[in-house]
Design a protein around this ligand. Structure first.
Ligand SMILES: [Zn+2]
Length: 381
């Protein structure tokens, strides 16, 4: 018997709304934000929850609300009741985000057509693998609009190789593995961009607006360039991570990973924080894609991994300082790079300390489908 598992994913595309469509999206967002805040107020005051009936009442009462899509408004209420958050969305702080289920959107002549007849050109950077079941339209802090479609894709998992790999996370080398061919160096482009970012941040500091004012044109320009640089760094990091993860997952059947908790490196310099973010994102990608490919993922708690000898298993009495890059075993004399030794200990944990390690099973993490639904606010029926 042979079956191809179906994966539910998000495919995101840039939108190019003209001035009119962009204004209409803002208005739509405004109506939904108002509704969200009404629901929020009710929850805060411990009043009965806002229902579809209330929505009908609101729409009868307010003409401007009637002008908006009822599908998007119903979805706003559903998303609200599913979210644990109780925060109001302020006009200045919250980024616009609109959700449409099947009844609320369609694709026609390469354009996204939203309920209410709004037609927006889409930059089709790649083909959709299937008909989308829902879409989230959102705007980022640079003012770019995107459409994120929920789609199904038939994924053919790569063949099992039987090979195993252990992975230790770090600052200068993001991932040190049991096989040097799979090490992942910290991405360099980020460093160069970091200098550029620091320059824009200094410009912002010089031009800082007085409290209560919107800031000079120069300040806003510097702020925008800083945000753009951050986005670029994130995109490059993600690109590097995904390429590495794809290779690791393709070539190994068992993947033992240090269970990185972001705080463990954060002594709060910018570089450490960036490393924390990079590691967290890479680990998430790795676990998610390995699971999708049917690999066994073992998360190993980082305690003692740098103190244990991967050769004889003896645990050193003292913790290695972060500056000590070489591990030397007092018991058997084995010497190795600190992170390489840790990667070996992590891989050993798969067999040796079954009780200490946590194996990722499909039930432990939300599946791609569940996540896609949670993100888009569609109820799990
Ligand atoms: Zn030893």
């Amino acid at each position: 018997m042979f079956f191809v598992p179906e994966t539910i994913l998000r495919y995101t595309y840039r939108l190019r709304p003209g001035a009119g469509a962009a204004r209409a999206l803002w208005q739509e967002w405004g109506r939904n934000r108002w509704l969200w805040n009404q629901a929020c107020a009710r929850r805060k005051n411990r009043e009965p929850r806002l229902t579809g009936k209330d929505l009908t009442g609101f729409r009868a009462e307010h003409e401007w609300l009637r002008d908006g899509s009822v599908v998007a408004q119903q979805q706003t209420l559903r998303t609200f009741w599913q979210s644990k958050g109780k925060r109001f969305k302020s006009r200045k702080m919250a980024l616009p985000s609109l959700n449409y289920t099947l009844r609320g959107f369609s694709l026609r002549d390469g354009r996204l057509v939203l309920a209410g007849g709004l037609r927006i050109p889409v930059v089709w950077s790649r083909d959709l693998p299937s008909e989308p079941t829902s879409v989230r339209v959102y705007r980022d802090n640079l003012g770019h609009w995107y459409a994120s479609f929920v789609v199904r894709r038939d994924d053919q998992p790569p063949a099992q190789t039987g090979a195993m790999i252990g992975i230790d996370w770090g600052v200068s080398t993001t991932a040190t593995t049991t096989d040097p061919a799979y090490d992942l160096e910290a991405s360099e482009p980020g460093k160069r961009a970091a200098q550029r970012l620091a320059r824009y941040q200094r410009m912002m500091a010089r031009r800082r607006p007085a409290p209560g004012t919107t800031g000079s044109r120069g300040y806003r320009a510097a702020k925008r360039r800083a945000a753009k640089t951050v986005k670029k760094i994130q995109r490059q990091r993600k690109d590097t991570a995904v390429k590495w993860v794809t290779r690791v997952v393709r070539d190994h059947s068992v993947i033992a990973v240090e269970d990185f908790k972001p705080k463990f490196l954060a002594k709060s310099t910018m570089a450490r924080k960036a490393a924390d973010n990079g590691i967290g994102m890479t680990k998430t990608e790795l676990v998610e894609r390995a699971k999708r490919a049917g690999r066994e993922v073992v998360l190993v708690k980082p305690a003692y991994t740098t103190m244990t000898c991967s050769h004889c298993g003896t645990r050193a009495k003292d913790r290695l300082l972060l500056s000590q890059r070489i591990f030397r075993c007092e018991s058997c004399g084995y010497t190795d790079g600190r992170d390489r030794n840790a990667a070996r200990v992590i891989l050993d944990a798969v067999g040796q300390y079954r009780a200490d390690v946590e194996t990722v099973r499909h039930s432990d993490l939300p599946s791609g489908e569940e996540r896609a639904l949670v993100e888009s606010g569609i109820p799990r029926l």
